[in-house]
Design a protein around this ligand. Structure first.
Ligand SMILES: CC(C)(COP(=O)(O)OP(=O)(O)OC[C@H]1O[C@@H](n2cnc3c(N)ncnc32)[C@H](O)[C@@H]1OP(=O)(O)O)[C@@H](O)C(=O)NCCC(=O)NCCS
Length: 137
């Protein structure tokens, strides 16, 4: 049975990273990321991890959607959409009178269409430049 929860173990998180061919992280850094997320959602089938997503949020106007991952054998079944929508709904649930929150994200190559279907605007565009990043170490 497919099940959604708002927690994920570091072991399951690292298993997902490996399943989608992302670079491994040391366990304590991965755990810190999970612990300090404003919101986490994970999908399992019969207690086996299937996917996850998490929202980092400063509790002001900036939020960042990260680590949207669905195991390859479960892709194309609407699970990624549900995970992202849960993250967006979390932010919606936190809005107070007069508040606006910008959800930022950086798409993996070739996944832009997935996020566009969920309402994200592609950059650069007429008014906005490229998203950028800087790795340390
Ligand atoms: C990107 C990812 C999370 C999508 O998850 P998924 O469960 O396969 O996606 P869904 O089945 O919920 O798809 C939702 C919609 O997006 C579309 N879609 C999915 N991947 C797409 C892509 N790469 N490009 C364009 N559209 C895409 C689906 O066709 C579906 O469209 P529909 O609503 O018209 O039916 C998944 O492919 C994944 O985990 N990839 C590896 C890790 C990764 O790159 N994550 C993104 C990090 S930024």
């Amino acid at each position: 049975m497919i099940n959604y929860t708002n927690t994920i173990s570091v072991e399951d998180y690292l298993e997902l990273r490996a399943a989608v061919d992302w670079a491994p992280l040391v366990k304590d850094q991965a755990q810190s990321g999970i612990d300090n997320s404003a919101f986490v959602v994970a999908c399992s089938e019969d207690d086996k991890i299937v996917g996850c997503a998490r929202m980092i949020w400063d509790r002001g106007y900036i939020a960042y959607l990260a680590d949207v991952m669905v195991k390859p054998e479960y892709q194309g079944q609407g699970i990624g959409r549900k995970l992202v929508n849960e993250c967006i709904s979390f932010i919606d649930s936190q809005l107070k009178e007069g508040w606006r929150v910008k959800i930022e994200m950086v798409s993996a190559k070739g996944k832009e269409g997935f996020y566009e279907k969920l309402g994200f605007k592609l950059r650069p565009n007429e008014n906005e430049g490229h998203g950028m990043n800087l790795w340390r170490q």
